[in-house]
Ligand binder design. Structure first.
Ligand code: SF4
Length: 309
């Protein structure tokens, strides 16, 4: 059975090969996703509703239905930001949208991997052109001259989706980014969550370009070609590390550690990895479980779902 190369997997390997080992070789995963990931998931759920032209109330309900352990402040952030989004964008750049499109196709140049994932949306613009639609949330500057846009152009996730869209017969040449910046303001002392939500929505109205940006970026053939090469090289890296792991005294030893403050500070596995403690998959550490490799995909795309290893 072929393995799956998702954009998340590629990013994980690029972050730190040892992290990839814990996540995709052992299948170890936190029982509860990080706060940032949970917020992103909720926002994507809201966007799916919003771009189907449903009401604010419907989009908020959809987002909150995904919420795992959201505190009052997070719910207030979500509702205030979403209210700001609805006020900022009254018109839609797409005539028709196909949301949440799953794909799976062979990885060119690899006999071991298929590419898989879920595209935010495939859209038909008002002028008839086809576009990949990408909703993103970020904590960084999204002003027109910021580095954010330069990094997005060669983003592995976006290029993976572009190639997937082509494989599905969508002859698109542009990506429509819909980016929302997460607020830097917080609940003040003595302020209720409702008051904070309203203050945030008002701030969004006063500073729309700080919070929201939409931009069309053309797809460059050169970026796609580079990505094809890099993706297959990442697949080979996984196979090489795995072969070395079979010869090592302990398999994790073959997967290099990217021991930088930036990587390790936010890493789920830091509590044991940095101590050189090797957890037993049969008895995962508290707060972890061993399960599906790609829970973001449905079972047809990822047959490891439902497995408890
Ligand atoms: S703690 Fe650091 S070295 Fe260990 S897996 Fe995480 S990022 Fe890699």
């Amino acid at each position: 059975m072929k393995q799956l190369m998702t954009a998340t997997r590629m990013n994980c390997l690029l972050d730190c090969p040892r992290k990839h080992y814990w996540r995709y070789e052992v299948g170890l995963k936190r029982e509860t996703d990080s706060a940032a990931l949970r917020f992103g998931t909720a926002w994507h759920a809201a966007m799916e509703d919003r771009w189907q032209r449903r009401s604010y109330e419907s989009a908020l309900a959809k987002a909150l239905a995904t919420a795992q352990d959201f505190d009052e402040a997070t719910v207030a952030t979500l509702s205030g930001l979403l209210a700001g989004y609805y006020r900022r964008w009254q018109d839609d750049p797409v005539k028709e949208l196909h949301p949440e499109v799953e794909f799976r196709h062979p990885l060119r140049g690899s006999r071991s991997f298929d590419c898989a994932g879920k595209i935010d949306g495939l859209g038909i613009l008002h002028d008839g052109r086809l576009a990949l639609v990408e909703h993103k949330t970020t904590g960084t500057d999204i002003s027109p001259g910021s580095d954010y846009w330069i990094r997005l152009r060669a983003n592995p996730q976006v290029l993976q989706y572009v190639i997937a869209a082509w494989s599905l017969g969508w002859d698109l040449h542009t990506v429509l980014y819909d980016v929302t910046r997460k607020p830097a303001i917080r609940v003040k002392k003595g302020e209720s969550p409702e008051e904070y939500s309203e203050r945030l929505a008002k701030d969004c109205e006063e500073r729309p370009d700080f919070y929201f940006a939409r931009r069309e970026v053309p797809i460059l053939q050169d970026d796609v070609e580079s990505f094809h090469i890099q993706r297959v090289e990442l697949a080979k890296l996984i196979l090489n590390f795995r072969a070395a792991a079979r010869k090592a005294r302990r398999p994790e030893q073959a997967w290099p550690r990217h021991l930088t403050e930036m990587q390790c500070r936010l890493c789920d596995y830091a509590s044991f990895c940095l101590q050189n403690i090797v957890p037993d998959p049969a008895q995962p550490p508290a707060g972890f479980r061993v399960g599906a490799q790609h829970p973001e995909l449905n079972q047809a795309a990822d047959p490891t779902q439902g497995e408890t290893r």
